[in-house]
Structure formats: C-alpha cells, structure tokens
Design a protein around this ligand. Structure first.
Ligand code: PEP
Length: 255
C-alpha cells in the first residue's frame, strides 16, 4: 500500500502569530479527528517553520515542510535558503517546482533537478509539482508537457532515491481558480504519470509512488477525487488556510 498524504501549501500567507495559531488548531484537530495512516503536512513560509516544528514536537502527526530551497550548499546567495538550513528548522518536506515558482521566478527543469538533489542529500522529502497550463491542455499537449517535466526534473534519480519522492499533479488552470479537474481528468493524468514512472523505473516503483492531486481541492470534491485509483491524496492551497476544511480533507482517508 502506498502512502496517502494530504499536504497544505500556505503560500505567502499569514504572519508569524497567525501561522502559529492556525497550526495549533490543525494539530489539535488532527490529533482528535484523524484516524488512519495518512500523512498530514503543512508547507509554510520559511519564517514559520521552526516555530511550527517546535509546536508539532515528536508526538504530533502533522509534519512541516518548506515551499522552496536553493540548490547551493552555502555562500553568497542573498535571500536564498539551502536544503540543510531548511532541514535544521525541523522541516521534513519541501515543495519543489510549484507552478507559481516556475511562472513568477522562472524556475526551469534543470534548476529543479538540482533542487531535488539538494533536498534528498539533506533528508528532505520533495513534493515535486508538475502540470500543464490551460493553453497546453486546450491544445492537447498536456501529456508531452508532463512527460518533459518528469524526464528533465526528476527522472535523473536512481530508483532508490526516486522512492523518497512524492509527486503532485497540479493543472495550472485549476490552481486558485475554483476550477477543479474532474475526477476523470485527474485520474487520466495520474494513471499516465504512474505509467511513465513504470516505463522509466519499473512497475514496483510506480506502484509505490505517492501522486497527489492539487488544484482547488476542497472538502466537497476531495472524496470523489481521492477515490480514484491513482490519486493518493492532495496538495491543498486555499483550503489549507482554514483548519476545518483542511482537516475535513485529511479525514477523507479516515479508516
Ligand atoms: C496549490 O497552490 O498548490 C494549490 C493547489 O492551490 P489551490 O488549492 O488554492 O488551488
């Protein structure tokens, strides 16, 4: 059985105090209400990470992650954060290749592949995002786009390292727009991704790869999306800023 995960992406929201307060609510609700093996992760701005990790401690079932790293180890890169620095906060996950980073900060597959290497080297689990724009979907190029993102961003990894990665399919046209991929559209792409993993590695690796769906996921649409055979959870933006909604999404996997 591959791991199910519900991960929140707070993006550039919440000041420090607001972040601590929302995270406390999430931890309490998760401890009281989430019954199952599903992983729960909050990917927060850098300023929150140490405080959240301290709050989570070793007893909470909520893990903490960042939203980006730089691939260099250390040095004169003003404003950047390295993988080892992120790890030292207590974070265990990092989102890499989010479409907002690709679009606004011009992160390309080559840079992302180096970020993936840096994350793994320091024991961080990358949540590696891939997905097509509206234009690429409408012109039926989405399979090619996703194949290229996989091949250039992450398929350089050896089998053993690839086993430590989580993938997230996030159609760009569904992020923050209220437009969700239908369960059939999402399942079609998730099955395609799993098949690409099987072709590049092997079927065992493909069967154990966690592939999350992201794009306007909420407590209403999550049950049908997560019921698809190749969807192993969600990367949740807007709804992760509301503790009730986020926990209700995580509870879809309650046993
Ligand atoms: C995201 O930013 O990863 C995301 C899925 O956002 P939203 O849920 O708000 O569409």
């Amino acid at each position: 059985m591959r791991k199910k995960i519900v991960a929140g992406n707070w993006k550039m929201n919440l000041d420090y105090q607001q972040g601590i307060s929302l995270f406390s609510e999430i931890v309490n609700m998760a401890n009281d209400e989430v019954i199952g093996e599903q992983g729960i992760v909050i990917c927060a701005p850098f300023i929150h990470l140490h405080g959240l990790a301290q709050l989570a401690g070793s007893r909470s079932r909520v893990a903490v992650g960042g939203q980006n790293i730089y691939f260099q180890e250390t040095g004169a890169y003003t404003g950047e954060i390295s993988a080892s620095q992120l790890k030292s906060t207590g974070a265990t996950y990092v989102i890499l290749g989010h479409s907002e980073r690709r679009a606004y900060f011009h992160e390309d597959d080559n840079q992302l592949s180096r970020k993936v290497d840096a994350a793994l080297k320091h024991g961080l689990i990358p949540i590696f995002c891939i997905g097509e724009t509206q234009d690429e979907r409408e012109s039926d190029r989405y399979f090619d786009v996703i194949r290229t993102q996989l091949e250039e961003g992450i398929f350089h990894l050896a089998d053993g390292d690839f086993g430590d990665v989580v993938l997230a399919y996030e159609p760009v046209w569904a992020i923050g727009t209220g437009l969700t991929a239908t369960p059939e559209q999402a399942q079609e792409v998730h099955a395609f991704i799993r098949n690409e993993v099987a072709n590049h590695y092997n079927q065992n690796v493909a069967n154990s790869t966690t592939i999350l769906y992201g794009g306007s996921c909420n407590p209403k649409n999550a049950p049908e999306l997560f019921a698809q055979p190749d969807i192993d959870g969600g990367l949740i933006g807007g709804a992760s800023l509301k503790s009730r909604d986020f926990i209700d999404i995580a509870k879809v996997f309650n046993r």
